[in-house]
Design a protein around this ligand. Sequence first.
Ligand SMILES: C[S@@+](CC[C@H](N)C(=O)[O-])C[C@H]1O[C@@H](n2cnc3c(N)ncnc32)[C@H](O)[C@@H]1O
Length: 293
Amino acid sequence: MTIKLELLENKQYQPFIKWVGGKRGLLEQLIPLFPNDFANYYEPFVGGGAVFFELYSRGLLDNEHIYLSDINSELINTYKIVRDNPNELIRNLKTYKEKHSKEFYYKIRELDRDNNFDKLSDIEKATRFIYLNKTCFNGLYRVNKKGYFNTPIGSYKNPNIADSDVILSASEALQDVEILQQSFKEILKQAKQSDLVYFDPPYYPLNETSNFTSYDSNCFLEDKQFELFEVFDKLADKKVNVLHSNSDTTFIKELYQKQNNLADWQKFITHLQQDYRQLPALQDEIKKAGLLQ
Ligand SMILES: C[S@@+](CC[C@H](N)C(=O)[O-])C[C@H]1O[C@@H](n2cnc3c(N)ncnc32)[C@H](O)[C@@H]1O
């Protein structure tokens, strides 16, 4: 009995997709920045959900209501199917795995160009979404101006298309989670005092060549970063705990430092550089400034 309990406690939940900007490689640095005590948990740019699955694995969300959202409707549909219908999803993915080839990839990729795409069921769309994610170049979700998925096939020898263990455990973690397709701005109406909101937006480009910010044909440049800052600031005023990751760039630093009232411990920001080497130093700075409880 003791052994079984221990195994359950150590269960590791993880993302069921790869996602550009995913925070899997940064969890050890990020998680200590989270406050221990908060009411509801909100992640309005959930992407692959690396932070949510880690917090869940560590039992840090046991008593909280959890709200995960993202603007990407295909992604959110897939989260709902993983939560509500994982077994049928796995069966479909196993069929896709058997059929996988270059021809099959492009046949499935082109489905959104067809007028009947909207007639596909939610489960068919989720199967397509995971299949493309596991077999396309670098798991990159990229659509053209018309909204058609256009990432080429990747060069994997044996892509793990139907990862049943990961999907079933993700489904377990998502059982009581509210999953919403919405813009980050909606959070203003939802989060209340003592809740925790973790913002992980598309990062502001570090330089002219690293300007990949268009996850959903929406760029996330100065205007959107500014809108996000306003949301962040209003939430902090309402005494919501807010945590934000972004690139370590002059634009982002100036935007947040303008406030210059970081003495309020709820207002802190982690500046992440693309190679993330600066994060431990920033963490020390944040601790020294007494911004962590
Ligand atoms: C850096 S990724 C999040 C990565 C995630 N934390 C992870 O570990 O996988 C940014 C996410 O923001 C979403 N996004 C872009 N614009 C948005 C908006 N206006 N409102 C909400 N989500 C948005 C994208 O679809 C993408 O999933």
